[in-house]
Write a protein that binds this ligand. Sequence first.
Ligand code: CP
Length: 361
Amino acid sequence: MRHLIDIQDLSTQEIDELIQVALDIIADPAKYSEVCKGKKLATLFFEPSTRTRLSFEAAMLELGGNVIGFSEASSSSAAKGESVADTAKIISCYADIIAMRHPKEGAPYVASINSTIPVINAGDGGHCHPTQTLTDLLTIYREKGRLDNLTIGFCGDLKYGRTVHSLINALSRYANIKIVLISPEELRLPGYMRYEVLDKLGMEYVETPNLESALGELDVLYMTRIQRERFTDPAEYERLKNSYVLDLEKLESAKKDLSILHPLPRVNEIRVNVDKDPRACYFTQALNGKYIRMALILRLLEEVNKTSVHEEEDLIVGELQCENPKCITSCEQELEHVFRVVDREHGICRCIYCESKQIKK
Ligand code: CP
């Protein structure tokens, strides 16, 4: 059974193939209009969403399939205390594939190990949002005609922005990518991303708090929202919420063929009059989300009888406790605490659900 929990679950070849299928769907949608006839997608959304849920649903309907599901936890039996594992077992009786969004990190992974149908992570807290990454990659490919040899600026909330972390991870596979990290000091890209991804893979990157000075060299600008819901201190959010506002004046120094992306929703970080600028790609990006999700649903349903080949893992069961308050283990007491050993010499382990780091002494 294949699932998509993290963008790392896909090889570079698989990502490139998904992009090619999405391009074929765009070119000839009629060819795909009945390919999922008789199949059902269950959208299990325990957290708000506009684009991800509705683009998944539109994707399945345009493939000729049907959709069931819920859009808030309060209308499911989660409100009565049902676990994610039990929910996944039940939905496996009713549908052919699941797309799940959940505020707790690792919840879709728990669903995947308890499900007999493919599970797609549609966003788990601040952890992963792999279908947004596929959407971003398709958009960059359609705008630029390539995924290599690009200078890409990420601006805004680089600390909590899960879409930024996933996209940097995905871009690290392509040649000659230069990353420009534009954020206030308080919202810098987390250390583990800088040391374990950018430094380890030898990716070229610079950090700056100044959007104006960075704009001129960018091929792609990936704007992000300052995420109020991830702040523990509301005063800190108030202080940082207007850090960056992209307007037409600032864009005067940008390249004529700059592509401006944003995973959306936006608050005020891109002025509305930028929408008419030909460099604004964020609404096309949302449309691309439907096409790439069509390609993904098709692929996972085709591979439903394939068994995933997992490398032998070095696991620690029951010895360490995950301390991340946003991990699914923090609210589902029955879950066993399991850690993957990533560096035995230094005792570095990561929770298998939320990937929080712990050192085993
Ligand atoms: N980009 C994104 O995930 O949007 P929604 O929260 O509306 O799904």
